[in-house]
Design a protein around this ligand. Structure first.
Ligand code: SF4
Length: 337
């Protein structure tokens, strides 16, 4: 895991005054293709665009296979070998992250942006103490003196609500919620400005889910952290996010402030998703969405939601709707929005 090329940084860089004026993250038309073993090219996500300010949280929602995780893996330049970014820009603090060399990006991935992966709490090494694993995350990227590293391990555990003395314990001595907290602490080791959490509450019971969401929300506010939460749970977004990006079939279906999108959804897919969460959807009757999301190898023509959309008209079958403004700060990709 240690890469000497990475362990050159002794301090976390300050922000330049000009960078405070621009969004921290500006993703423009991000497009990712996969190549199958047979050589076929499949478009996994297409023209995904959004911005994120410091201290704000964006929820990315949609059913499994809609491209949420692919978009984040592209953002973090962690796509599998078969995938590649075939278009778009990822501007972070004004720099196009897709233009950096692999070594430059690897260093910035921990200093500027970090990710807690889905199921990460099960990825802790069972034969090493939690403190040791957090320590490694620090010394791999920051050439700090030993006492500073030790202080930081304690600070990080404290930050996520784990008593620092528990640094000497092993993962099996932690509950599931504590292991998830430890993974969040590790991701924050180098004080990134952006944290991406992929399904951070999956496999946790309801009480612990609420604690993790509260923790992420507190970290966002206390550290002025930009946060992206990838989830299929709209309740998590309602609790912890200011913006929401709804994805369907690898494209953005709707995007905007949570308070607008959840109270006045303008895309039929968003509206259907909300109906599957009656607590958020205004007490409406619980309804699942008939049918299944499209396979990448068999994407429908026109609007990708048309085979499942109760409002579809002839135009929807042939013409792809563009993402366009449909209200204050709200955008939707629907001919009828
Ligand atoms: Fe439904 Fe047509 Fe809108 Fe697509 S464009 S969501 S099919 S109404």
């Amino acid at each position: 895991m240690n890469d000497p090329a990475d362990a050159e940084v002794t301090h976390v860089p300050e922000r330049s005054p000009s960078s405070i004026l621009m969004p921290l993250l500006d993703v423009r038309n991000l497009t990712v293709d996969y190549t199958t073993p047979e050589g076929a090219r499949l478009r996994a996500i297409e023209d995904v665009s959004f911005t994120l300010e410091r201290g704000q949280a964006l929820g990315i929602v949609g059913e499994s296979g809609c491209g949420k995780t692919t978009a984040m893996m592209a953002l973090m330049r962690l796509l599998p070998a078969a995938g590649r970014v075939s278009g778009g820009q990822v501007l972070f603090d004004g720099d196009d992250m897709l233009e950096l060399t692999a070594a430059e990006f690897r260093r910035r991935r921990w200093l500027d942006m970090a990710m807690v992966f889905q199921g990460a709490m099960n990825a802790l090494n069972p034969v090493r103490t939690v403190g040791d694993q957090i320590r490694e995350a620090i010394v791999t990227h920051l050439a700090w003196p030993r006492d500073q590293v030790e202080r930081r391990v304690g600070e990080l555990l404290d930050l996520v609500g784990i008593p620092p003395w528990r640094a000497v314990q092993y993962p099996h001595q932690y509950s599931g919620g504590m292991r998830q907290r430890a993974m969040i602490a590790m991701a924050l080791a180098c004080k990134p400005q952006l944290l991406v959490a992929d399904e951070p509450t999956t496999a946790l019971d309801v009480m612990i889910q609420a604690q993790i969401i509260n923790l992420l929300d507190r970290l966002r506010r206390d550290l002025d952290l930009a946060l992206i939460i990838v989830t299929h749970d709209l309740g998590v977004v309602a609790e912890a996010c200011q913006q929401v990006l709804v994805m369907y079939g690898g494209q953005v279906a709707e995007y905007g402030p949570v308070e607008h999108v959840f109270t006045d959804p303008r895309h039929p897919y968003t509206e259907r998703l909300l109906r599957a969460f009656p607590d958020i959807g205004g007490g409406r009757e619980l309804q699942s969405i008939p049918g299944t999301p499209p396979r990448l190898s068999d994407l429908p023509s026109g609007c990708r939601f048309h085979p499942r959309c109760p409002l579809a008209v002839e135009r929807c079958r042939s013409e792809t709707p563009a993402l366009r403004p449909v209200g204050r700060d709200q955008m939707a990709a629907c001919h009828l929005a």
